[in-house]
Write a protein that binds this ligand. Sequence first.
Ligand code: SF4
Length: 333
Amino acid sequence: MHINSNLPKNILAWYDNNRRTLPWRVGKKSPKKLYYRLLSEFMLQQTQVKTVIPYFNKFTKKFKTLNSLSKVTEREILKLWEGLGYYRRARNLLASSKILVKKYKSELPTTLNEIKTLPGVGEYTANALLGLVHNKPTIAIDGNVKRVFARYLNKKEETINFEKFIISNKKKLFNTNRNSDFVEALMEFGALICKPKNPNCSICCLKKSCKYLKSSKKIKINKKKMIKNKDYDIFCYINKNQKIALTKKNKIGFLKNFNLPSIKETKNNLKNKNWKFLKNYQNSISNLKLNINLYYKFSDKIPPEYNWYSLKNNNEFIPSFTKRIFKQISVLF
Ligand code: SF4
């Protein structure tokens, strides 16, 4: 599984002429490099560029440096992150920024293993940061990059051992000394040219050596992960003052430790006779499609692990999932 030695040069030449202007792409010597890259890499996990840009701008306007970000409270960062989803990223970003400031004097460690000790930084993000910040010869392998190489080689993704592939093509992949740009150029190329559907082969800079283009038996690209359907019952204590009781002690994995009413997986034939049924609605989170039955009860007494929140509350961080519940409940007042 070998690549043509011109591949990096071709992709970099394309990148130089076609790259998008994105706010985290600062000059190689910019003092903001680490902060901007760390922030954008966390935000871009599972999230599209166009969604991330306004959040990135909001954060960097409020916190000018990694140091200032590292000093915010969890409540502040969650409030600012509100709407971007996958809130664990915000907590991990805060924890990682504290470690970088305190332990590494606001520098990025220079080894992959050290970078991977930062909370929320896995193999992909560690490689991306190592390449982008330190210009180290590395490739950040995500779904986009896998697809590009799978197509280029016309081999099914699952038949390629990407680690071995990189090692055996090391000399060719890193022959430009523009490692940082190459990490980014590959991602950009996967997003704009060798896209999941309808790759732009006619204008592609790799078309001379691409096996997919030449082959009469083209590989099929894996579809996105199947969406799982789940049924949940949500039980809301409310009171006459337009307040709702929320607790962080819920056991539901996707929103663990966030403010929620009581939420339980729906059991067949369960009779919720103490609760009034309000409505059924759908809510998607990540690869889960949730079918929700919403129940409520007016009560002044709530279990000790609950706290009252105003349905009009805007100051406190409340995940969008819970805000959607607020909206449904508001029709009762
Ligand atoms: S020629 Fe087409 S399939 Fe091959 S790398 Fe370019 S865009 Fe992808």
